[in-house]
Write a protein that binds this ligand. Structure first.
Ligand SMILES: Cc1cc2nc3c(=O)[nH]c(=O)nc-3n(C[C@H](O)[C@H](O)[C@H](O)COP(=O)(O)OP(=O)(O)OC[C@H]3O[C@@H](n4cnc5c(N)ncnc54)[C@H](O)[C@@H]3O)c2cc1C
Length: 436
């Protein structure tokens, strides 16, 4: 049996790996010159080091991702400091670390919340009560995260606690998300086992881990990886094999195909695919929207080092990542995560961001920045249309032997790296079950 995986993002890599372990012949076809999809890094003339598409935070509860990376010999590339802690800095200079207690969940979180000194005591009490409601599932009938936040919190804790947490875990603000995502982040992300919820990061560039590392492991295992090879159509032939056309005019026949693509890429592939219109309608592909994520990277010959990641919930910058600490290299960049809004790319726009950051980090005021780079990923996170909130999306399709994978297809998790990996494993299992 020969299976083609369309898309070499982490969902496609996970699918390929699972199938290969089961002895299936696998080819990955990726449109870009590298594997990793949205988990990628860039380089540019005059910029001293590579820089990521946008900083990524991983949760210690991303068990499928961690297992996959271990199997790809990159397990050590993810680091989760113990105990979990998040430094916060406000505009008025007040600062505190949200430190998880080394206790079984949910006491790890409750202890950290009660000691979180940036909120007054009443606000801390409200956050603990609201977190309890999330964990017990008492508000499951409320669909909208925004409605729930308005009912269960006040502006202060929304600004300092809930919105930064949602931004870090879900990549978007709360206004366009179902509540179930926040419940899952709390249950799966922060409250599993002993000291359940640590935030972590990749110790090397995303390119080293998800492109170079993954490609080497896949090659060693015998998976064929075709880069710069976009697929243009998938048709079913008379013998029920899948007839795939590539953009360069080549064609190939496969026993099964997995489209490991985000909704926007699947939409254009399906225009030339058997039963494509039916699949588009079922997944309501036209209604999916996306939000951008922008980050400002800065390099200097000499600068003070900060913590690995810091939450700055006021002003233009949401989070600060110090890759000098994360990668352990002095010439690595400092990164301001600017969130989902539109960013003024002009010199005065960038200067306004810098001025805003100096209020929080006065120690950066005299740094002479050698290079500055603004990175905007236009389609960072797929946003599920409201009509599909709470619905389970199938990874099988009306085209026989055509399956789907991608971060947007998880029945519970929001679109994240973990959701993408799990979708890949499910797609592989569906193929294996059907061919048993
Ligand atoms: C700036 C940013 C920050 C993020 N932060 C976090 C975070 O902190 N934590 C977290 O868990 N997640 C984060 N995410 C989300 C995470 O990156 C994604 O959920 C995950 O990488 C999606 O993987 P995927 O394989 O489903 O899709 P993709 O990575 O989009 O992979 C799809 C692949 O298909 C290829 N393709 C498209 N069309 C074709 C075609 N016709 N033929 C062949 N190939 C094709 C594309 O080139 C791409 O490589 C972030 C994303 C961004 C952009």
């Amino acid at each position: 049996m020969h299976t083609l995986i369309i898309g070499g993002g982490i969902a496609g890599i996970a699918t390929a790996w699972e199938l290969n372990k089961a002895g299936v012949q696998v080819t990955i076809s990726e449109a870009l010159p590298y594997l990793g999809g949205r988990l990628c890094s860039h380089s540019a003339k005059g910029i001293p080091t590579k820089f990521d598409n946008g900083p990524h935070l991983f949760l210690s509860s991303y068990t499928s991702t961690r297992r996959l990376l271990e199997e790809l010999d990159s397990g050590g590339d993810l680091h989760f400091p113990f105990p979990g802690r998040i430094p916060f800095v406000l505009y008025d200079g007040s600062r505190a670390k949200f430190t998880e207690w080394a206790l079984p969940a949910p006491l790890n979180l409750a202890g950290g919340l009660l000691a979180f000194s940036l909120l007054n005591l009443r606000a801390r009490g409200r956050v603990v009560r609201a977190a309890g409601r999330l964990l017990t599932g008492r508000d499951s009938e409320v669909l909208s995260m925004q409605t729930w936040l308005e009912e269960n919190s006040q502006a202060e804790e929304r600004r300092i606690f809930w919105e930064p947490l949602i931004q870090a875990a879900l990549n978007v603000d709360s206004s366009s998300l179902p509540l179930s995502y926040l419940q899952v982040v709390f249950k799966e992300g922060f409250c599993r086992g002993f000291s359940g919820g640590r935030l972590g990061f990749a110790r090397r560039t995303l390119d080293s881990v998800f492109n170079r590392g993954a490609k080497q492991a896949l090659n060693r295992a015998g998976v064929e990886v075709l880069l710069k090879t976009p697929v243009s159509s998938v048709k079913v032939d008379a013998r029920m094999a899948l007839d795939v056309s590539f953009h360069d005019g080549k064609r190939g026949k496969y026993d099964a195909v997995v489209a490991a693509l985000p909704p926007w890429a699947l939409d254009s592939l399906l225009s030339n695919t058997s039963a494509g219109e039916d699949i588009k309608a079922e997944l309501d592909l036209k209604s999916w929207r996306t939000q951008p994520i922008s980050s400002l990277y800065l390099w200097a010959d000499e600068r003070p080092l900060l913590d690995e990641f810091i939450c700055t919930p006021e002003g233009a910058v949401d989070w600060v990542f110090d890759f000098g600490r994360i990668w352990g290299r002095r010439n690595a960049p400092l990164c301001f995560l600017l969130g989902n809004g539109k960013v003024d790319r002009s010199n005065s726009g960038i200067r306004a961001i810098m001025d805003s950051s100096h209020k929080v980090f006065p120690q950066l005021r005299n740094v002479s920045w050698k290079s500055v780079r603004l990175v905007s990923e236009k389609r960072a996170t797929p946003l599920r249309p409201e009509a599909l909130w709470g619905k389970r999306l199938r990874q099988t399709t009306r085209t026989p032997h055509l399956f789907l994978a991608g971060d947007w297809l998880d029945p519970e998790l929001p679109p994240t790296v973990e959701a993408a990996v799990r979708s890949g494993k499910r797609a592989a299992n569906l193929i294996l079950e059907r061919h048993e």
